[in-house]
Design a binder for this molecule. Sequence first.
Ligand SMILES: Cc1ncc(COP(=O)(O)O)c(C=O)c1O
Length: 432
Amino acid sequence: MAACPNAQLLKNNLKTNPKYCFRFKNTENFPSINTLKPSRAATKLISITCSTATELQDRPPAATSSAAAEDRIFNFGAGPAVLPEKVLRKAQSELLNWHGSGMSVMEMSHRGKDFISIIEKAEADLRTLLSIPQDYAVLFLQGGATTLFASASLNLCNPGDPVDYLVTGSWGDKASKEAKKYAKVNVIWSGKSENYVRIPDFDELEQNPDAKYLHICTNETIHGVEFKNYPTPKNKNGIIVADMSSNFCSKPVDVTKFGLIYAGAQKNVGPSGVAIVIVRKDLIGKAQEITPIMLDLKIQAENKSLYNTPPCFGIYICGLVFEDLLEQGGLMEIEKKNKKKGETLYDAIDNSNGFYRCPVEKSVRSLMNVPFTLERSELEAEFIKEAAKEKMVGLKGHRSVGGIRASIYNAMTLLGVENLVAFMEDFKARHG
Ligand SMILES: Cc1ncc(COP(=O)(O)O)c(C=O)c1O
């Protein structure tokens, strides 16, 4: 019987996280990670052998285990957020000398053939992942998603043109306020008075039939509200503009339903400093006169995101993430994994007899950002402190809403979520 490659990983988990580790019910029969039960009691290192290659979801290969890997923690932060260990290792291995170029990606000219090959591959892989048609431009820009709040109306409207905003959280609210500077914004629905816990029936919406676009934020990072389907613009020539920052590439999306999609990279697909835009080509080229050249999407499209010096290293890392997502089987596979993680965490909240509570309506709960509170709110600070001691960080809710928020983006492993759930159960047992 050969040693199972995952034995080392489990050993590592026990080392890094001795309290919230996994104990086998039956070591003879070890089919998958899903049969492992987290147990606070298991504190001893165990060695495991098994004869079959076990499918352990989204864990780094055993060969990558090292002291550095053991020191990594579970980062539940909302962004910049956890990146796949495999991607970080690849970047590390290519850092000094990218593909024999004798230099790092940070040092090479953005107009040289090496970097051009990097950005072209990143774009091609993203096109494959999301099946982006050729009549859409894909751009890698700077200024974060916040800059796109302005670019959307600057590029798609004449001053005073009407636009509709459906506000399901703080980010949609911010986007609508920024757009007011460049277009006539009509907030057709806002969940603010209810603390952003739901998305209305689309039939309830009073859309302006002349609105140039309808803006939505497909996943509200702070409030944990996620669209599971999308409204249709009432204006036949209207389009949907979507801020997808915090659920970009977390599931398949029909790009053709949207005129403009934008996303900051730093949640699901890369480091901060890169904002990704997917825009239908016929919509650009009519930017308002006051539009700064860097925000003119037509100029950026014509120059293939290289009008000025782009965030080269960030784009390179995004490219590695896209490659990794494709290697994992594409976005349908990623969505399956995200659903499993989401179910695991929401079940723990819902089955806690009210000790933990998630305020968001079940049908629109986010698979990326899971906000919850403790029945006894005075325990929240202690929860965060104790979790940090157990190497689970980034769990403090956004400063505007408080409570706890676990961000479980693509790169957060099921193991990380199971560790959190084991900790939550233990915390409840001690304080409930
Ligand atoms: C949904 C959403 N939109 C926009 C932003 C702003 O992004 P950036 O900081 O890249 O400007 C964020 C940041 O967290 C976000 O979560």
